[in-house]
Design a protein around this ligand. Structure first.
Ligand code: SAM
Length: 348
């Protein structure tokens, strides 16, 4: 409503002062977090993420150019977005990514920029470039501490490379370093204790994530392990003491074992959806603006961008997207309510 009144008055002029307009949805959720997938391409083929039969990759001209993404971020910051996470596919495989991160960090009003990566390309040089762009917060996905299982899950023999990258990032002072672990029955569930134990040695934030049946993957819902079960399995390590979430926190419920340097977090998107506190929008590599990870609904930004639209029209699309943010959304086990787009195009 707010945006409709505004645009009725200002549509014809490209009025650039939208300082009074903030992305607050109909359920009073303040949307301040934008996750951006900069590519659908990846150098791994994780069994929970990619379909059995690879889908065609997007063409170069189908994905948003960096300049287009930067324009959208600048607009979104004026609408209240203060936190951006760069993801993919694998963001570090895209040419020019370090230039892009640098440009992103120059945007005034953006308080928090982070990166989610599989870590395969996190060699010293690249970590330095990420640091030079002012980015200190990285999430690295690593679902196992066993190199054979790593190969079974990702299709590649990169375990040692990724583990070295994690240690190097730690030595170089990246903080926080979050490790994303998708918990999978029959694949890594026998390792959850060993993974959680790392929090005694390293100040990392371990994030145990429930498998989400999004798009088609090589797994079935049988392999889903609810957070309650993950907690049960690691509880022999000690009492999990809740850690208070801060304003910039994501949906993880955070804990710490007594005496541990690091933390344990749980993301229960399926067993206990956290929609009531969802503050996110997602921008896909091809320019779709998605108000909910668990729904295929999206607004297209690429076509208007490329026909040279005014900023006001893009603002309108942001507001349209948040009007479609559901109050709650659950994926049905039988996939009758589900998501057909693939995780690696949406960005996780
Ligand atoms: N390539 C990067 C990486 O591996 O971190 C970024 C993209 S990946 C899609 C982002 C996150 O989504 C990763 O932590 C990955 O483990 C998680 N993910 C992918 N598919 C998932 C699924 N079906 N269920 C739960 N998490 C998933």
């Amino acid at each position: 409503m707010y945006s409709l009144i505004y645009f009725a008055a200002h549509r014809k002029k490209n009025i650039l002062d939208f300082s009074n307009l903030k992305l607050i949805d109909s359920y009073h959720r303040r949307i301040n977090y934008l996750r951006i997938s900069i590519t659908d391409r990846c150098n791994l083929s994780c069994i929970y993420c990619v379909p059995r039969h690879r889908l065609p990759k997007l063409n170069h001209n189908e994905i948003l150019r960096y300049e287009e993404i930067l324009r959208l971020v600048r607009i979104s910051v004026r609408l209240g977005i203060s936190k951006v996470r760069i993801t993919g596919g694998e963001p570090l495989v895209r040419k020019g990514v370090y230039y892009f991160l640098n440009e992103l960090s120059k945007i005034k009003g953006l308080e928090d920029i982070s990166l989610t990566t599989n870590g395969v390309l996190l060699i010293k040089d690249n970590l330095e470039k990420i640091k030079a762009a002012g980015i200190n917060r990285i999430n690295i996905s690593i679902d196992t501490l066993d190199k054979k299982k790593y190969k079974a899950i990702t299709g590649h023999e990169d375990f040692h490379r990724v583990w070295s990258a994690i240690e190097l990032a730690h030595e170089m002072g990246f903080d926080p370093i979050k490790l994303n672990i998708v918990a999978l029955k029959g694949l890594n569930d026998d390792e959850l204790i060993n993974i959680a134990r790392l929090s005694f040695t390293y100040p990392f934030q371990m994030r145990f994530i429930e498998y989400m049946p999004i798009g088609s993957s090589c797994l079935t819902f049988e392999q889903h392990l609810p957070v309650s079960e993950i907690m049960k399995r690691i509880s022999s390590l000690g009492k999990l003491i809740p850690v208070e979430n801060n304003a910039n926190d994501g949906p993880a419920n955070r804990y710490r074992f007594e005496g541990a340097k690091g933390e344990i977090g749980f993301i229960s998107a399926i067993s206990h959806p956290f929609c009531h506190k969802c503050n996110r929008l997602r921008l896909t590599a091809s320019g779709g603006l998605r108000p909910c990870l668990l729904s295929d609904y999206q607004e297209d930004l690429k076509v208007p961008l490329r026909r040279g639209c005014l900023d006001n029209e893009l603002v309108d699309i942001f507001f349209k997207a948040i009007r479609h943010k559901p109050i709650v959304r659950k994926i049905a086990k039988d996939h009758s309510i589900g998501v057909s787009d693939q995780m690696h195009t949406i960005g996780g």
